[in-house]
Structures are given as C-alpha cells and as structure tokens.
Ligand binder design. Sequence first.
Ligand SMILES: NC(=O)c1ccc[n+]([C@@H]2O[C@H](COP(=O)([O-])OP(=O)(O)OC[C@H]3O[C@@H](n4cnc5c(N)ncnc54)[C@H](O)[C@@H]3O)[C@@H](O)[C@H]2O)c1
Length: 317
Amino acid sequence: MNTVLITGGAGFVGIPTVQQFLNSGADVTVLDSFRVAPITRRETLTKLGARVEVADLRDADAVNAIVKQVQPTMVIHLAAIHFIPYCIAHPAEALAVNVLGTQHVLDAVANAQCVEVFQFASTADVYRPDLAAHHEMSIIGSDNVYGQSKMIGEELVAIRQRQGAFERSVITRFFNVVGPGETNAHLVPDILDYLELGDALPLGSTDTKRDYVYVGDVANAVHSLVTTDHGPSVTVNVGTGSSYSAIDIVEALATITDRPLRVQTDPAKVRRSDRPNLQADITALQALLPGFTPTPLTVSLAEALAQRSLESRDLAA
Ligand SMILES: NC(=O)c1ccc[n+]([C@@H]2O[C@H](COP(=O)([O-])OP(=O)(O)OC[C@H]3O[C@@H](n4cnc5c(N)ncnc54)[C@H](O)[C@@H]3O)[C@@H](O)[C@H]2O)c1
C-alpha cells in the first residue's frame, strides 16, 4: 500500500486528488494550512478517509515533524499561493510559501529518506508568453512572481533529486483548471457569481484565451503519472490542447442555462499584463497516458454550475 502525503490536499485540485489516491487503496495524509481552502473541508477530508495535519509550509519544524511521522513513500506537493493578482500584490508572501515552503517540504523529505516519488504542481505560467501552444521544451520565462516562484520550485525539486532525496520526480504544469470546488477568484467562478445577479456580466479581458482543463482530469493525471514509473524525471503539461476566450465561456453558459447572457467590459477588471493565449501542447501527456481524452469544457462548466446551485440551495435552506 502506498503511503501518500498531499500538501494542499484541501484545495481545488487537492480534494479530487485525495479521492483518487484513497480510491486506489492508499493511506493518505493531507497537510494544509486552510489559508485558502475553507476549514469545513477538514471534515470532508476526514469523512473521505484521509488524515489531516493543519500546518503552514513556512514552518519548517512543523513540516519536518509531519513528514517524519507519516513516513510517506509518495509526496504530492500542491500547496501554494497561486492566485496571480494576489501574488503580484504580495510578492514576499508568494515567494515565502511557494519557494521557501517548497524547500521545507524537500528538506523534510531528504531527512526522512523514505520517499520514492515526489510530485510538484507547477504551472503553464512558467512559459514565456507566446501565441502558439506550449510544449515542454518551449522557452521558459514567466513575467510575474507566481510563474517565477514555480520555475524556482521546479529547479529545487531537481536539486534535491540529484542529491538522492527520492528516486522519481513528476513535475506537472497545470493549465487553467476548471470544475466544481474552485477556491480562488478566477474567471469561471467570477462569471458564476455574476450569473446569480443577472444576465449582464461585467468582465475584464474578454478576448484572451486559456486552456481550461477539468479538475477531475487533473487529479486522474497526477495519480496516473505518480503511480506508474515513467522514468526518473518527468515534466509534463496537463491541459487540453484547446483554448477559449471569456466570450466562448459565456456563450457556453448561455446555452447550458438557456439565458440571454451578455458581456459588459469592466476596465477595472482588465489585468495590466495578460497573455493573449495560453494553450498546451499535450502530445507528451497523451504519450504518457494513452487514452487521455480531455473532458469537454461544457461538461466542466455544467458541473461547476450544478455545484453552485446546490450550495445556493443549502444556504437558502
Ligand atoms: N487551479 C489552477 O488553475 C492551477 C493552474 C496551475 C497550477 N496550479 C497549481 O496547482 C496547485 C493546486 O492549485 P489549486 O487550484 O488546488 O489551489 P488552491 O488554492 O485551491 O489549493 C492550495 C491549497 O494550499 C493551501 N495552502 C496555501 N498556503 C499554504 C501554506 N502556507 N501552508 C500550507 N498550505 C497552504 C491552501 O489552503 C489550499 O488548500 C497549486 O500549487 C497551484 O499553484 C493550479
């Protein structure tokens, strides 16, 4: 049986990832500060069958003690601050959690000498902005502190691996994850909030395109990549290969909800620097996971919407 430590396991990607590992019979411990994830998810995780340790990645002693006690064979490192506007406004905090925090996890893993596989949640934001789809050898060069923190994180993983802290590493560069359970104020949750107020949706940049990958597909990919030996180090995009604009999303939601939705550009919401297109080349992912077929965006949106409706009904009750 695999013993798995999942940092950030209470988050958006974390919950379905925890489920994947529990379903495959693993013994799962979550390390999370519940800084972003609501504290109610502690009970959710316990009910699913995971152990929960509340700790902050910036506390090296706490992280070390948890790794020493859990003795994981696999570490899934998802915890980070990843809402880009927040990272830009709080660069020191973003670096403390994403860089120093990652080093603390790696140091604890090196001390424990029990970990076989280390997975690191990196991002498409490490790539230098380009209109073309990015493959894993595309030029690296993020223009913001979040992407830079993940570029450094990838390097820190490689250094610890060369020093013998673990046998295999899996670096997953997630594109824009969508679906139920999202924790940060990204475009889709923003649109879902506005849907509750009316048919006119005040949005920022409406023509920039993103590659929206379903959260369940991301969890599946992480689980498969970690539990199958694909060689000592794998760096792979996790996306769909297609990109869509905010207008495309609104049109899809108009069809799903059968409402006459329309967009009103809100200049206050336009990000000062925004890539025109962020899209994955998923040739490598499909080679590693034959049969990987991305869930259609309409399905992810319908699931996110259905979860919202359930939450609104529960709040009203
Ligand atoms: N969601 C996306 O679109 C996306 C895209 C690219 C990369 N990623 C990366 O994937 C990972 C998971 O993303 P997510 O969408 O689930 O984010 P999330 O914010 O929902 O989850 C992150 C989790 O980390 C926890 N956390 C934050 N700071 C912490 C700290 N100092 N100590 C301990 N725990 C802390 C939060 O409480 C949260 O549960 C992150 O590393 C993120 O950078 C996400």
